[in-house]
Design a protein around this ligand. Structure first.
Ligand code: PGA
Length: 251
C-alpha cells in the first residue's frame, strides 16, 4: 500500500501571522487518526515558526517550495537544501511549472536539486506536467517521460523509491479547469509504467504520484479514487483550512 499524501502549496501568499493562524487551524482541526500524510509548504521564511508550532513529532509535516542546486556559497538570494534541513524541513517541492515557466528551471538543474534534497535527508516532491499546446499536439505523454527521465533517472532504484512525484498539467493549475479522472489516471499510469520499465515493478509500485491542478473539495474524491493517484498537491484550495482538510479527508 502506498502512502496517501495531500500537500498544500501556499505559493507566495500570506503574511507570517496569517500563515501561523492557518497552521493552527489545520493543526486543531485535522483528523490525525487518518493515515493520509499532510504536508504544508509555506514560503520558506515561515518554515521555522511553523515547525516550532507544530512540533518535530507532529504528523503534519512541512515542506519548502524550492531550493538551490548548489551546496553553499556566493548565490545571493538562494536557500540551500542544507539550510532547509537545519530547520527540520521534511519535503521540498521541485520543478513546479511556475518555477519552470517564470524562472527558467531546466531538467539538468532540477536533477541537481533532487540530489541536494536527497543528500540532506529530505524528500523531493518532483513536479512534472505539460502545457496546453503540448497536450493539443498529443505530445503530453512523451513530455512527461522526458521530464521524469531527465531529472530522476540518474538515481538508483533504492534512492528513487524515496521520492514523491506530482503530475500537474499546467493548463489545470489555478485555472479552475481540472483534468478528468480518466486523464489523470492515464498520465499517472504512464509515469508508473515508465518507472517500472527502468526500475522494475516493486520500485514503481512504491512511489506515490500526486495529482495537482484545481483540486477542490468537490472534485477531490473522484480524482483520488483513481488507482494510480495517491493524493494531491493543492494550490488555491490549500489556503483555507476547511477546504484543505476536506480534500485531505477525501484521500
Ligand atoms: P491549484 O495549484 O490547486 O491552485 O491549481 C496547484 C499547484 O500549483 O500545485
Amino acid at each position: 500500500m502506498r502512502q496517501k499524501i495531500v500537500a498544500g502549496n501556499w505559493k507566495m501568499n500570506k503574511s507570517l501571522n496569517e500563515a501561523m493562524a492557518l497552521t493552527k487551524e489545520i493543526q486543531d482541526t485535522a483528523d490525525l487518526e487518518k493515515t493520509t500524510r499532510i504536508i504544508l509548504c509555506p514560503p520558506a521564511l515561515y518554515l521555522q515558526s511553523m515547525q516550532e508550532q507544530l512540533g518535530i513529532t507532529s504528523l503534519i509535516k512541512v515542506g519548502a517550495q524550492n531550493c538551490s542546486s548548489h551546496e553553499s556559497g556566493a548565490y545571493t538570494g538562494e536557500i540551500s537544501a542544507a539550510m532547509l534541513q537545519s530547520l527540520h524541513t521534511n519535503y521540498v517541492i521541485l520543478g513546479h511549472s511556475e518555477r519552470r515557466q517564470f524562472f527558467n528551471e531546466q531538467s539538468d538543474e532540477l536533477a541537481k536539486k533532487v540530489d541536494q534534497v536527497l543528500k540532506h535527508d529530505m524528500v523531493p516532491i518532483f513536479c512534472c506536467g505539460e502545457m496546453l499546446d503540448v497536450r493539443e499536439r498529443g505530445a503530453h505523454e512523451g513530455l512527461i517521460r522526458k521530464q521524469t527521465q531527465e531529472s530522476l533517472f540518474h538515481l538508483s532504484g533504492e534512492t528513487i523509491g524515496k521520492i514523491v512525484i506530482a503530475y500537474e498539467p499546467v493548463w489545470a493549475i489555478g485555472t479552475g479547469k481540472t483534468a478528468t479522472s480518466e486523464q489523470a489516471q492515464t498520465m499517472h499510469a504512464v509515469i508508473r509504467q515508465h518507472l517500472e520499465a527502468k526500475y522494475g515493478k516493486s520500485v514503481s509500485d512504491q512511489i506515490p504520484i500526486l495529482y495537482g491542478g484545481s483540486v477542490k473539495p468537490e472534485n477531490a474524491k473522484e480524482i483520488f479514487s483513481c488507482p494510480d493517484v495517491d493524493g494531491g498537491l493543492i494550490g488555491g484550495a490549500s489556503l483555507k483550512a476547511q477546504d484543505f482538510l476536506a480534500i485531505v479527508n477525501a484521500a
